[in-house]
Design a protein around this ligand. Structure first.
Ligand code: XMP
Length: 473
């Protein structure tokens, strides 16, 4: 048997190229997550329960990347997290919150608190006919808690409305010209079809770098497992508005994973589906044949993974990317390099080796936007991060049946120093990438890949590459 050598990020460097890039701002970081999903930056937050829920997904999409909501919760909770992202920055709110005309002020105030919402469309529950609008301004000076909505609202006769096919530019004009904050959308029978708010329009126009769908809503992905109930989860996530589903299984080159991909594609042929995780060219071919729109690469490189230690299996990440890239290129399928990125230079190497995006867990942990409480230990703030195959994660799954001694973990739990907002970390990664592209004479990520010249380095080269012979402050 011949044993091949496989390399990872720290084993190599990129050779600097003669560069015509005058400014780091002259480079284009846009890319594809999957065949039909475009991103402005090549960063994806991992579908882990200490990394991506709606708060992280919103921050990622606002920065031009995307977050994949984890699946380690009930179907309802995961779908709600997806819906929260889709509602965050939409030009059209499909199902605006409503109240009944005979609700009292007390009931409205309770609902406002529960939903964290300051205005409602008024309609009888069943009819959906728009009767008026009630905003926090209408109730500001009302003292009697029993006052009815119909006596406080701005009635239908005084409302400015539009039809549901109104363009964002027309809606902006209507809101501006009439100095109004809400524009209800109705059909010819005055039934509610949606709502456009001035805040969303302004935010949308201001943020040209966010990842958005055709209706101006933030993009979001969601993970689906391969066990019983996967189709119910997929259905709920699609209905909640997920733009892409990611098959979440440690060994993506398995019969089960391929069958799940085929089944989802039969039921939802147009759904954007990413398959993985894999580490070989044959696995990529099989996933493509099953119908995926994108491929996620990474067996065991993750910062909280112990798969390689526990099972003896895995492929160092750079070699895994390089082996799979030719297949992805031939079939025009984007490649996501998942796990093992420790610093911005690793992102540059992954993209130069053939990845279109990089999925990150550990480096995004401990941020304001990552789920979980901040804890204080010896006067310092931390957050907990954990591998999704760690003991604690396995025990807390909604469908967990095994006891602790029956579980063989393939991941660890970690205490991560609190790092502040994810925005600063994203800026560090994109900043490093921009610099890297100037060393590589690359105006875009295709040029970065085409110009890439990797060299393998020795342990002495690795030592030289990191700060040395200093007392680091
Ligand atoms: P980083 O290095 O960014 O990697 O933290 C994130 C990726 O790690 C994978 N992951 C795991 N792999 N056992 C594993 O073998 C685990 O418990 C585990 N948890 C996460 C996953 O692919 C993630 O995106």
């Amino acid at each position: 048997m011949t044993i091949k050598t496989a390399l990872t990020y720290d084993d190599v460097l990129l050779v600097p190229q003669k560069s015509n890039i005058l400014s780091r701002q002259d480079v284009d970081l846009s890319t594809k997550l999957s065949q039909n999903i475009d991103l402005k930056i090549p960063l994806v937050s991992a579908n882990m329960d200490t990394i991506t829920e709606s708060k992280m997904a919103i921050a990622m999409a606002l920065a031009g990347g995307i977050g994949i909501i984890h699946r380690f919760c009930s179907i309802e909770i995961q779908a709600k997290e997806v819906a929260k992202v889709k509602r965050k920055q939409n030009i059209v709110i499909d199902q605006p919150f409503t109240v009944n005309p005979d609700n009292t002020l007390a009931e409205v105030e309770k609902k406002m608190q529960e939903l964290n919402c300051k205005s409602f469309l008024v309609t009888e529950d069943d009819s959906k006919e728009l009767l008026g609008i009630l905003t926090s301004r209408d109730i500001l000076f009302v003292k009697n808690e029993n006052t009815l909505v119909q006596d406080m609202m701005t009635p239908k006769s005084k409302l400015i409305t539009a039809s549901e096919d109104i363009l964002p530019s027309q809606a902006k004009e209507l809101l501006e010209n009439n100095k109004i904050e809400k524009l209800p959308l109705v059909d010819s029978a005055f039934k509610i079809k949606g709502l456009i708010t001035a805040t969303d329009i302004v935010r949308n126009y201001n943020n040209v770098n966010a990842s958005k769908d055709s209706r101006g809503r933030l993009l979001v992905g969601a993970a689906v497992g391969t066990k019983t109930g996967f189709m119910d989860r997929a259905t709920a996530l699609i209905e909640a508005g997920a733009d892409v589903l990611v098959i979440d299984i440690a060994h993506g080159h398995s019969h089960n994973a391929l069958e799940v991909i085929k089944a989802i594609k039969i039921k939802y042929p147009t759904v954007e589906l990413i398959g993985g995780n894999i580490a070989t060219a044959q696995a990529a071919l099989d996933l493509i044949q099953a119908g995926v729109n994108g491929i996620k690469v990474g067996i065991g490189p993750g910062s909280t993974c112990t798969t390689r230690l526990t099972t003896g299996f895995g492929v160092p990440q750079l070699t895994a990317i390089m082996n799979i890239y030719p297949i992805c290129q031939k079939h025009k399928l984007p490649l996501i390099a998942d796990g093992g990125v420790k610093q911005p230079g690793d992102l540059v190497k992954a993209l130069a080796a053939g990845a279109n995006t990089v999925m990150i867990g550990g480096q995004f942990a401990g941020t304001e936007e990552s789920p979980g409480l901040t804890i204080t230990y010896k006067g310092r703030q931390y957050k907990i991060s954990r591998g999704m195959a760690s003991l604690s994660a396995a025990l807390s799954r909604p469908d967990a049946k095994e006891t602790a001694d029956q579980i063989t973990p393939e991941g660890i739990e970690a205490r991560v120093p609190y790092r502040g907002s994810i925005k600063n970390i994203i800026d560090q990664f994109t900043g490093g990438l921009r610099s890297g592209m100037s060393y590589g004479n690359a105006r875009n990520l295709t040029e970065l890949r085409n110009n890439a010249e990797f060299i393998r380095i020795t342990p002495a080269g690795q030592l030289e590459s990191a700060p040395h012979d200093n007392e680091i402050l």
